[in-house]
Ligand binder design. Structure first.
Ligand code: NAD
Length: 269
């Protein structure tokens, strides 16, 4: 029985915990949960049959075989590092937080014999990129289209005083590398970070951000060109009902990653 500790009991953490509780009985169990918002942990603990303990991070790591981070990009590096240091496996949702120092973290995982899992989240196409990168890759681009309001509050928008309400047709807001995108559009960083970590790194992964008044979904297009040919994967994401910033597919992707860890057959790259 795999003991799972969940850090962050918001949209993704709570949905995952409820999924594990209802569907993985006998295989996995939510042993401990943690959140900076005490009410969220109490509400979630009360909704689960497995009656997980509410613990601080180090105690949660002790009580788990696998720690799932679903908290924030500010906290994800520390959560992952402490989990790996303890020789435990970790699944990270806030992948943007790993971008600056991922090499050190991945080395530590090798030393400690811990596994690090980064679900595809809200994008598709990583399977093709994983194969393609064993030949020459010329270009990896992520194009994100959202309704203009979806960018409100982003540091790049504030700094450049962009009037989102005046945008009436598709408008390119930003073009740059994934690291610059991370600084200007932190809410968009996870998809760009996961793509960078899977592929050719954040300095070479290009990001284009488009405000699209006609868009009703968050659309991510991954384009890869190289010796293998060309890959174009477009995902039109339905927002999750509890948190419109989080795509429903991101939750499903975490559920699929967890099932992949528990199963012995792996299909797809
Ligand atoms: N990889 C992807 O494609 C992808 C997609 C969607 C969301 N995400 C990321 O996953 C994370 C969770 O998303 P969500 O929709 O569940 O967010 P959410 O805001 O609904 O929930 C986050 C929860 O974490 C808690 N939290 C914040 N900092 C914490 C800390 N230091 N320790 C413990 N708890 C903490 C909050 O109180 C909240 O309850 C976010 O960082 C989000 O950006 C990644």
């Amino acid at each position: 029985m795999m003991r799972i500790g969940i850090v962050g009991c918001g949209t993704i953490g709570a949905k995952l915990a409820k999924y594990i509780d209802a569907n993985l009985r006998g295989k996995a169990q939510v042993s401990a949960i943690s959140d900076i918002d005490g009410q969220k942990t109490r509400d979630l603990a009360g909704a689960l049959r497995s009656t997980p303990k509410i613990l601080e991070l180090d105690a949660l790591i002790d009580a788990a075989d696998l720690v799932i981070e679903a908290a924030s990009s500010e906290a994800s590096f520390d959560i992952a590092k402490r989990t790996i240091n303890a020789g435990k496996d970790v699944m990270v949702m806030s992948t943007g937080g790993l971008l600056k120092d991922y090499k050190m973290l991945f080395e530590l995982a090798k030393e400690r014999g811990a596994n690090v899992y980064l679900p595809s989240g809200a994008i598709c196409g990583l399977d093709g990129l994983k194969g393609a990168k064993f030949s020459k890759i010329d270009r990896v681009t992520l194009t994100t289209r959202k309704p203009p309001e979806g960018f409100r509050g982003a540091p790049y928008i504030v700094k450049n005083k962009i009037a989102l309400e005046e945008i009436k047709s598709d408008t390119v807001l930003f073009e740059g590398d994934a690291l610059e995108a991370m600084e200007g559009f932190p809410a968009n960083i996870n998809v760009a970070a996961t793509l960078s970590l899977c592929g050719i790194g954040s300095a070479k992964t290009k990001v284009k951000i488009i405000a699209s008044p006609s868009a009703t979904k968050n659309i991510h297009e991954v384009e890869v060109e190289g010796e293998f040919g060309r890959l174009l994967a477009r995902t039109e994401n339905v927002p999750s009902p509890d948190n419109p910033k989080t795509s429903y597919l991101a939750i499903l992707s975490a559920i699929a990653t967890l099932n992949g860890i528990l199963e012995r057959v792996k299909i797809g790259t």
